[in-house]
Design a protein around this ligand. Structure first.
Ligand code: ADP
Ligand code: MG
Length: 333
């Protein structure tokens, strides 16, 4: 994999005004996404995955939330957090595209898919209608839509969920974005269709040289496609590493808990392990490791102080990072 960084997020903090005070939904996360990398963000529901992706595109609702000072998001060296609306609009869809879980929320029900595709293409690529239509049809073919000429004139509700997600991918990739953010893109689909959509995304990624940020709560999806994995919990990064490090040498008790809760064919168990408890309610001034209330290995120190990020080298590579006091005496910071 090439080492060029495309997107660099540093100390991202996104806070909301909640009824009972400030909600630190994302509280100081940092990561780099490289060229052609599939970067997976994984964690249970409510841990801040979507807020992270919306922050990158500056789509946090302004009336209730904000990206805090000191956060930095750079796309090929260009700072995005301080850009004006007009410049951001140019970047969204063109340099960074996004696919959501439910395509119906992003597709407009009153226009045909052909019209929506050609409009996106002509707006971002500055080509005339005829050329845009040509590209749209070829994109529909590329994403595996049968009889694209006929489908072109259909409305979103006439298509199946899997087909609609293919259309979203076509739309997202229509302008050759540098980064594609996919937020739970296959969660609403059944397993066979899910596998087809993941295959399609990987195939297209190589064709158009895009990097993918894949957001999911499903470790099965991560295992299928990730180069790099960031495990999030309650707005913090718990563990970070390449996919071998995360799956073969998981370090954080939270990651281990997540892995133990995936069904496996090679293991007979009475009942599937699941991490007891739920993601804590976030508030300002939380003390200690955010996972400690559910962690079987937690000590007094874990309840009092947030651990630093420890970097570890293992047989699967360097730069395996873990945010847990357990590793205090095994490695340097
Ligand atoms: P997920 O990992 O499931 O995508 P989210 O990123 O959607 O989780 O949410 C993370 C946290 O941020 C949750 O605690 C959620 O309640 C809070 N949050 C998200 N959006 C808002 C909002 N608009 N106002 C207040 N809190 C929000
Ligand atoms: Mg989400």
């Amino acid at each position: 994999m090439s080492k060029n960084v495309v997107l660099s997020v540093k100390n991202l903090r996104t806070y909301f005004d909640g009824k009972e005070g400030i909600v630190p939904a994302v509280d100081g996360i940092s990561f780099d996404v490289h060229e052609k990398e599939v970067f997976c963000i994984v964690g249970e529901s409510g841990c801040g995955k979507s807020v992270t992706s919306l922050s990158i595109l500056n789509l946090i609702p302004k009336n209730s939330g904000r990206i805090m000072e000191g956060s930095s998001i750079k796309l090929q060296g260009k700072e995005l957090t301080t850009l004006g609306d007009k410049e951001l609009c140019d970047i969204r869809g063109k340099d960074i595209a996004m696919i959501f879980q439910d395509p119906m929320t992003s597709l407009n029900p009153v226009f045909t898919i052909g019209k929506q595709l050609t409009e996106t293409i002509s707006r971002h690529m500055g080509v005339d209608k005829k050329e845009a239509k040509k590209r749209a049809v070829s994109l529909l073919e590329k994403v595996g839509i049968p009889s694209p000429y006929e489908r072109f004139h259909e409305y979103p509700h006439e298509l199946s969920g899997g087909m609609r997600q293919r259309i979203m991918i076509a739309m997202a990739l229509s302008c050759n974005p540098k980064v594609l953010i996919a937020d739970e893109p296959t969660t609403a689909l059944d397993v066979t269709i899910q596998a087809q959509i993941l295959d399609l995304m990987l195939k297209l990624k190589d064709e158009i040289d895009t990097s993918i940020i894949m957001i999911t709560h499903d470790l099965g999806v991560v295992a299928d496609i990730a180069d790099t994995v960031m495990v999030m919990y309650a707005g913090n990064t718990m563990e970070f590493g390449n996919s071998y490090q995360i799956f073969r040498n998981p370090l954080h008790p939270y990651t281990r808990g997540l892995l133990d809760s995936i069904p496996r064919l090679d293991r007979q168990v009475e009942r599937l392990y699941s991490i007891t408890g739920t993601v804590p309610k976030l508030h300002k001034g939380m003390k200690g490791c955010r996972f400690c209330s559910r962690c079987q290995e937690a000590t007094e120190k874990c309840k009092e102080e947030i651990p630093p990020m420890y970097t570890i080298s293992d047989m699967y590579g360097e730069n395996h990072q873990v945010n847990c006091w357990k590793y205090e005496n095994t490695v340097g910071e």
